[in-house]
Write a protein that binds this ligand. Sequence first.
Ligand SMILES: [Zn+2]
Length: 166
Amino acid sequence: MRYKFCAHCGAALAPSEAFAPQQCAVCGTWHFHNSKPCAGALVIQNKKVLLAQRGVEPFKGFWDIPGGFLEAGEHPEAGAVRELLEETGLEIRLNGLLGMYMDTYGEGNFYTLNVYYVAEVVSGTPRATDDVAKLEWFALDELPNEFAFEHEYRVMEDLKTCLFKK
Ligand SMILES: [Zn+2]
């Protein structure tokens, strides 16, 4: 990822290494290419985890962990709760941090930092909304073979370790 123009004044930016910070020679504004923060939740019920089939590109039709990009200033906990409500219609309670996972998005255009929590349902029944095609509960030994994003395989392995420890 590199920008061609300054987001502040519109001047052309000098070519740079991909993902290297770029400073505008005209107004001095820095352009960083930090990983974009995302948050999601592994909602557990009856020893099954709720997964979402993506209804939009990229990876339309692949299975995914409900979650999404954080908004400006939003805490990952709040983001996970908000995304789950938007995508599944469920009100959830977070029961702890599972971990943080790096990945790329959109053909490697940018990096993501994905924060995941283990959660339970407080109220509601799963209803696919927003950019989700379908929701389904999966036993941990019968997970789908294909996930949308590479890091989600690691998340599932960590989830199994986390739940089997208890
Ligand atoms: Zn500028």
